[in-house]
Design a protein around this ligand. Sequence first.
Ligand SMILES: Cc1cc2nc3c(=O)[nH]c(=O)nc-3n(C[C@H](O)[C@H](O)[C@H](O)COP(=O)(O)O)c2cc1C
Ligand SMILES: Nc1ncnc2c1ncn2[C@@H]1O[C@H](COP(=O)(O)OP(=O)(O)OP(=O)(O)O)[C@@H](O)[C@H]1O
Length: 310
Amino acid sequence: MKQLHSFDELRQIKDTKVYALGTFDGIHRGHQRVIHKAVEEAISVDGVSIIITFEHHPLTILHPERVPKRVIQEEIMDTVLEELKVDYILRLPMTEALLKMTADEFLHELCNDMNVEAIVIGENFTFGAKALGNPEYMKQVVADKNIRVLVQPLLPCDGSSTPISSTEIRKAIHEGHLEDANHWLGRPFQFKGTVIKGDQRGRTLGFPTLNLLLPNEMATPPDGVYANRVCIDGIWYDGVGNIGDNPTFRNQYHRCEVHVFNFDQDIYGKEVIVQFISYIRGEVKFNNLQDLIDQMKVDEEQALAILANA
Ligand SMILES: Cc1cc2nc3c(=O)[nH]c(=O)nc-3n(C[C@H](O)[C@H](O)[C@H](O)COP(=O)(O)O)c2cc1C
Ligand SMILES: Nc1ncnc2c1ncn2[C@@H]1O[C@H](COP(=O)(O)OP(=O)(O)OP(=O)(O)O)[C@@H](O)[C@H]1O
């Protein structure tokens, strides 16, 4: 998948274009429906599929303190889009000028002299200044250009009328409802990070762990113990992990650590991906080391049972 950063770069592409429009934080199952349709259409007209999105959330300009935490990191988003066979992604830089662009102006930039065959959006898609543009309006504006607007019905969360959305997924992650978040995402919630040096105490407890700082831009599950999977050098391992600041010990800092089963290598400085499969329990301040060790043994058994069925 190739990366684009401006309307000008988009104009350089001469192939027949099929767009999928939106923020796409998470590439959840609803987003996948929209993207799949765009890829399918592009193949059927021998053209290219292009995701049109933004480099940063609009609130980075208006209210930076209110920017929502992300449910997928950009790098992982790109990997998922590659797997979905998307040809291009245009990440428009977020500027005041872009925010002020009317729905009409936005469509003009996207559609004039661009050789566009179709635009795929979800039913709830809005665009342009003050989000005044909607699917009906888009259809009217592009009707005379022979561009088809393919509006996809919203995929609901199971057993409810609420559509799957990054907002619902973010909430589930924050509340520790990883099974829901993972189901709506269509893959486990995960993040990538660099392994840092911990206090090297874990080894002496019989539970060596790899330590990571939690990525600042990401939604994070609550402090506590989790069944995890970890990707190290392209290989996936099972493990049991903890998010928190280890209240049993003094002078600790907030981090994510995972005890990886059947693994004993020095991987400081390596990039790993940690997936969160299920919440097991909250973090506890233990009165002595033996109580912590005994509890970690119970956690390990529970994680093994969860992962055997996940
Ligand atoms: C499965 C698991 C459960 C844990 N639970 C707790 C806990 O409830 N309370 C706590 O203070 N630390 C907990 N920890 C963190 C340990 O205290 C920490 O791994 C250990 O002190 C080693 O730290 P180090 O990696 O900096 O050497 C847990 C760690 C793991 C792997
Ligand atoms: N559940 C869904 N089913 C089908 N399409 C969806 C669904 N949710 C969003 N879409 C569509 O996917 C594209 C990207 O969605 P976008 O990220 O802009 O919104 P969202 O997922 O609803 O996020 P938020 O929770 O931030 O509102 C849009 O065209 C949108 O209409």
